[in-house]
Design a protein. Structure first.
Length: 187
């Protein structure tokens, strides 16, 4: 139990030092978050190069704004929110829909991971969802973020995130059922 508290204290101490413009503390915080940042960015932009660009821009903007962080315990959530905005900027420049790691999402949605056709179909269904639904689906299923953390990232109430998740799942389920019925009729 003491080790857990010590880790939390160390992270909070690093954040406090970073807020005071301690570059080494900020760098350590980024190192601690690098894996989560990389996979989050990759799930949005789909390519290693674009993910690294988003992370670089996020690090720059976060360093400039760290002094404005009011609640140090939410550093990770704050950083991911910046990263997501940077990913959306890259996607708008490319004018593409949001891709994601379909194998993770499909596993969590309980579909056969080996079925490539289903993976591609679910990926297309999610890409057709409104931007906010896509975001909550990716953050909830791919990043295993709590609904409370997602609410902080997208700056909306917890109830709204729950509604977005419910509606997104409902739309995906409806389309999958429709597709299944059409396939049954064709055979």
């Amino acid at each position: 139990m003491k080790g857990v508290n010590k880790t939390v204290e160390n992270k909070e101490q690093l954040v406090q030092r970073a807020i005071k413009q301690d570059a080494e503390a900020f760098e350590q915080l980024l190192i601690n978050e690098e894996r989560k940042m990389y996979y989050t960015a990759l799930s949005y932009v789909g390519s290693k190069e674009d993910a690294l660009d988003a992370i670089q821009e996020t690090a720059y903007k976060a360093f400039l704004a760290i002094g404005k962080l009011r609640e140090p315990e939410y550093f990770s959530t704050w950083l991911i929110a910046i990263l997501i905005r940077e990913c959306y900027k890259i996607l708008r420049k490319r004018n593409e829909a949001i891709p994601f790691e379909e194998s993770e999402l499909i596993t969590k949605l309980a579909y056969d991971e080996t079925d490539t056709v289903k993976k591609l179909y679910v990926k297309d269904l999610i890409a057709k969802l409104p931007e906010t639904y896509q975001t909550v689906i990716i953050l909830f299923y791919y990043n295993d973020l709590a609904i409370r953390d997602i609410a902080t990232i997208i700056e909306c109430p917890v109830g709204t995130v729950k509604t977005y998740l419910h509606r997104a799942r409902k739309q995906i389920k409806k389309e999958l059922e429709r597709s299944y019925r059409l396939n049954e009729k064709a055979t």
